[in-house]
Design a protein. Structure first.
Length: 357
């Protein structure tokens, strides 16, 4: 028996490849998500709504991957319509119907996470209002997408039961093309929304370029949506949905990865400095330094006495000491600010029993 039930071994089938892509990408997105939770929860102690939303998003992406893998066993990936066993058609259609809510929920989830991240540093003004408006519009669009998708046919069972010959269905290709177009519009809007604020901010130019570059990674998701539109236009029968489903799996997992990468900055910086200190510890005699990871880059200051009359004070600067909320979000997401001050005191012995410093 071949990969698909009720088919021989020699039948051309992309089902194994679709399953492999789903398993690999879902695993990678989970690993990146766990690293995000480690940085936000353990290192920075700054978990927020944008983090918790991604839990729901990954569960939806995982559900879509699982449904897609099961669907390959019932015919998804078969290259020729004549190879599709008639007894598989019912389960094939039903499983595809079940997978749609998982996909729509996942693409909504990573957009919501990114928008909620924006609200961390857009604390007031037009930018914050615009972000809230985009959040409402994004939720309403995806809910409408879900409602229409699950009721594409009347009765709804006509979408998966070939025995139902009455009723009617909306044209699938125009519907999917229009929904994909609106999704691209929201992807671009979400990606460009924080750029005006960041460009006007007073943060270091290097940090600004890095953060803008990380946000621009969302371009890859837009490219995937364009590819999906091209696959939608080529739909001639229900087996042609294999490419569409595979690219959908790529899209929702890549979305989780893209919105998580900017939060991993403190982890990369920590290990980079640890490696550098380890390589120079035996060859230099620099004063000891303290690297503090505080919740939300807190305002606590510490002074630690060292030997030989040298005192070192390490300050972790909070948002109130910087240039505003833009500096705060960089600290919370990608960097940790460290300032080291040295005071050297020299004591001279004068009169008996007296020391002047």
């Amino acid at each position: 028996m071949g990969w698909t039930y009720n088919t021989p071994d020699h039948v051309a089938n992309d089902g194994p490849q679709i399953s492999t892509v789903a398993i690999v990408l879902t695993t990678v997105s989970l690993l990146v998500l766990l690293l995000r939770f480690y940085v936000r929860g353990c290192m920075l102690k700054a978990m927020g709504a944008d983090d918790y939303v991604l839990i729901f998003t990954w569960l939806a992406a995982c559900g879509f991957a699982a449904v897609s893998i099961v669907q390959t066993r019932w015919g998804l990936g078969l290259k020729h319509l004549g190879d599709m066993p008639k007894e598989n058609v019912y389960n094939f259609g039903l499983i595809q119907y079940i997978g749609a809510p998982f996909y729509i929920s996942s693409i909504l989830g990573f957009k919501m996470s990114l928008l909620l991240t924006y609200l961390r540093f857009m604390t007031k003004g037009t930018a914050r209002t615009a972000t809230i408006v985009v959040i409402i519009a994004c939720v309403m669009f995806h809910l409408s997408f879900l409602l229409v998708q699950t009721n594409l046919c009347q009765p709804a069972a006509k979408q998966w039961d070939p025995r139902i010959t009455w009723g009617r269905c909306l044209p699938a290709v125009p519907f999917y093309t229009s929904m994909a177009s609106f999704t691209i519009l929201f992807d671009i809007t979400v990606m460009l929304l924080p750029f005006p604020v960041l460009l006007r901010s007073h943060i270091q130019k290097r940090k600004k370029v890095v953060l803008l570059g990380l946000l621009a990674l969302g371009t890859f998701i837009t490219i995937i949506q364009i590819i999906r539109i091209r696959t939608v236009k080529n739909l001639a029968n229900y087996l042609d949905s294999a490419s569409l489903i595979m690219w959908s799996t790529v899209e929702n997992n890549l979305g989780i990865i893209v919105v998580s990468i900017p939060t991993l900055g403190p982890l990369f910086k920590y290990y980079a400095e640890k490696t550098h200190k380890g390589s120079t510890a035996n060859s230099t005699s620099h004063p000891q330094s303290l690297y503090a990871l505080k919740s939300r880059c807190g305002t606590k200051e510490g002074s630690f006495p060292l030997s030989s009359g040298v005192h070192q004070a390490t300050h972790v600067r909070g948002p109130s000491e910087g240039t505003g909320s833009e500096e705060f979000i960089l600290c919370d997401i990608a960097t940790i600010t460290k300032r080291t001050e040295f005071t050297l005191s020299t004591c001279v012995k004068g009169e008996p029993h007296s020391v002047k410093c």
